[in-house]
Write a protein that binds this ligand. Structure first.
Ligand SMILES: [Zn+2]
Length: 124
């Protein structure tokens, strides 16, 4: 019961952060990254959002029995999702850049090690 109460208060926090009331149709789920309880309008089902707590991209679960074709997003909603998708895309691009830099560093380190090894072999 205590846990349930805590979940409710977390849901309220998420609701306050979102600035809207929880409705029966809203989807309530936990962020897989930080465990924060998130509340989103049912029309967000199956979409990616930024966690209001840790900022990670999370996939909104699709409630049982819900057909995605039931969703008719208005243009404002679609635009909001487009912006969120673009933000996530930019974040992914940054991660790719970081990984490329790291890969080059590793390649350089590998080349240096190979040089040492072949020098060692040459001397013996
Ligand atoms: Zn989170």
């Amino acid at each position: 019961m205590v846990e349930a109460n805590q979940k409710n208060s977390e849901a309220r926090e998420a609701q306050e952060a979102a600035g809207s009331d929880i409705r029966d149709t809203d989807i309530v789920f936990d962020c897989p990254h930080c465990g924060k309880s998130l509340v989103i309008d049912y029309r967000g089902a199956g979409l990616q959002i930024d966690c209001s707590s840790c900022g990670a991209s999370v996939l909104v679960p699709i409630p049982d029995g819900m057909e995605l074709t039931d969703l008719d997003l208005d243009s404002g909603e679609i635009l909001k999702q487009l912006f969120a998708t673009r933000r996530n895309y930019q974040k992914a691009e940054l991660v790719i850049q970081d990984l490329k830099t790291r890969l080059n560093q590793l390649k350089e380190a590998l080349a240096a090690m190979q040089a040492v090894v072949s020098e060692g072999l040459g001397q013996s």
